[in-house]
Ligand binder design. Structure first.
Ligand code: SAM
Ligand code: SF4
Length: 476
């Protein structure tokens, strides 16, 4: 295995380890601040101001049930104010599970010789994308192990292939990637292929735990190479990035501080924070070899989502199909903005397998294997507007520009109409009769809430176009 990238390629300019361990530990050891202080912080967040690390730590220290309820209520309200009732949908697509690393929690680790290894050929990739388009998906995240075969050029090629697939009225309009850390040059290469978000999880911000989870003689064993990857992404032109921590490796409160510190660091250094934060919880996996004392219980999981929502009001929060349907329903209202649906994580899983999960073919077990249509139906029934919108990215409203739009409340102005047109496409092209009926009613109800005027007129014209023609991909 090669560690060449670490010795031969530089970190970003003035790379900084922004994880201040001693400060984090001290903040986590404080007692509960008084209620008035918590309320002040919540009020700042309701004013849509990002919180400082100390403020997030104070919310994390709030253990009193009444205060926790206040935090939940504020998170619900903030989600409504900033994002409205939209939920953006995507699907992960695993490209290959060869991996040279030995992360102790992951089914793809190299020491798992029972894992069935495979990389999709170009034809197989096209088949997977066709199957996803035929279900109605418009946004994908491509996922890769870490392996010398998965070069930036290879990743770029898979991204271009995905954009090129058109099945019927379907198309993938945004391809994000979750891939190992690249060099600045590597980031340029994948950016040129037109990626949306580059997503990478730090796994744990606690360096000693990081070292224990990722053997030092593996490519992933270098904490700083990974921590710095999003700075290199920015320097390589990828200004739309997603961060995350794998919850269950260390104290969940520490990881929340790490995520907030990472957001503040990127915002300060590059003028733009992460587009999304993910908070996957550790699941069962082939050969998982992790102390279970840090596994995060449902109650703590809810708290961490609500506190993240309040800490970074304008950052998208992604909740994945790792979680069970019932819990997904419950926590969505605390500030989640994106979910995956109809998810299969076995390589080739969108055409080759049914509902059964085979642990020797997957990275980990997922909790929600419902179809996209089932999830759409449930979202609609719960009064969410499912959205496949990709407009901002297509119009260059990303990075710094995205923030400019987001901050003065443009989200509702652009996002709700675009959510409704992408929902309409889904209903006309892919939905079951029940989902279609419920979705049409939702669109009527939403239209009734929009003020008369030029914008509403444009939206109604688009909805009619989708109903009566094959014209698609219409947005503000
Ligand atoms: N190989 C790339 C890397 O390590 O960055 C891609 C990552 S992997 C295919 C996507 C993510 O899945 C990992 O970053 C990790 O956070 C998460 N993951 C790994 N094992 C998991 C498990 N047992 N349960 C839940 N999530 C897991
Ligand atoms: Fe490989 Fe990523 Fe799994 Fe680690 S988490 S073993 S790097 S696929």
């Amino acid at each position: 295995m090669s560690l060449a990238h670490i010795t031969e390629h530089p970190l970003s300019n003035n790379a900084l380890n922004f994880v201040e361990d001693a400060r984090f530990q001290a903040l986590l050891n404080q007692g509960q601040p008084d209620a008035e202080r918590i309320r002040e912080i919540v009020a700042k967040s309701m004013d849509k101001k990002p919180l400082e690390i100390e403020e997030t730590a104070a919310l994390l220290a709030a253990d009193d049930p009444e205060l926790i309820e206040e935090i939940y209520a504020a998170a619900r309200q903030l989600k409504q104010d900033v994002y409205g009732n939209r939920i953006v949908l995507f699907a992960p697509l695993y490209i290959g599970n060869y991996c040279i690393n030995n992360c102790r929690y992951c089914g793809f680790k190299v020491s798992n010789t029972d894992q069935v290894r495979r990389t999709l050929s170009k034809e197989e990739l096209i088949d997977q994308v066709e199957a996803l388009e035929q279900k109605g998906h418009k946004r994908l995240i491509l996922v890769y192990g870490e392996h010398p075969d998965y070069t930036p050029e290879f990743i770029a090629e898979t991204v271009r292939t995905v954009y090129g697939v058109k099945a019927g009225p379907g198309s993938i309009r945004r391809v994000n990637i979750n891939a190992p850390p690249l060099t600045i040059e590597g980031f340029r290469t994948v950016k040129e292929a037109g990626i949306g978000t580059y997503q990478i999880f730090q796994e744990t911000y606690h360096e000693p735990t990081y070292r224990a989870m990722h053997p030092v003689n593996t490519a992933k064993g270098d904490f700083m190479w990974r921590l710095d990857s999003l700075s290199r992404a920015m320097e390589g032109g990828c200004d739309d990035v997603g961060i995350g921590a794998l919850f269950g490796l260390y104290n969940w409160k520490y990881e929340v501080l790490g995520l907030v510190a990472h957001s503040l660091f990127l915002q300060e250094r590059f003028g733009v924070g992460p587009h999304t934060i993910s908070f996957p919880r550790l699941q069962q996996a082939l050969g998982r070899d992790v102390d279970e004392k840090y596994l995060v219980k449902d109650e703590a999981f809810k708290r961490l989502i609500a506190i993240l929502r309040l800490s970074v009001p304008y950052t998208g929060l992604i909740l994945t199909a790792r979680e069970r349907p019932q819990l997904r329903r419950e926590v969505m209202e605390f500030g989640v903005s994106q979910i995956d649906a109809g998810t299969r994580i076995e390589i080739g899983g969108y055409t080759e397998v049914g509902d059964a999960q085979k642990i020797e073919r997957e990275q980990f077990q997922i909790g929600d294997i419902r179809s996209l249509d089932e999830v759409m139906g449930e979202l609609i029934e719960s009064n969410y507007i499912p959205s496949f919108c990709t407009a901002c990215y297509r119009l260059g409203r990303t990075g710094e520009h995205f923030m400019e739009f987001a901050i003065p409340g443009f989200i509702q102005r652009y996002c709700t109409p675009n959510a409704l047109t992408t929902l309409k496409e889904y209903l006309v092209d892919y939905a079951s009769p029940e989902t279609r009926k419920a979705g049409e009613e939702l669109i009527e109800n939403e239209l009734a809430k929009i003020e008369d005027g030029e914008r509403k007129r444009r939206l109604m014209a688009r909805l009619t176009t989708i109903e009566t023609s094959l014209d698609r991909d219409l947005y503000e």
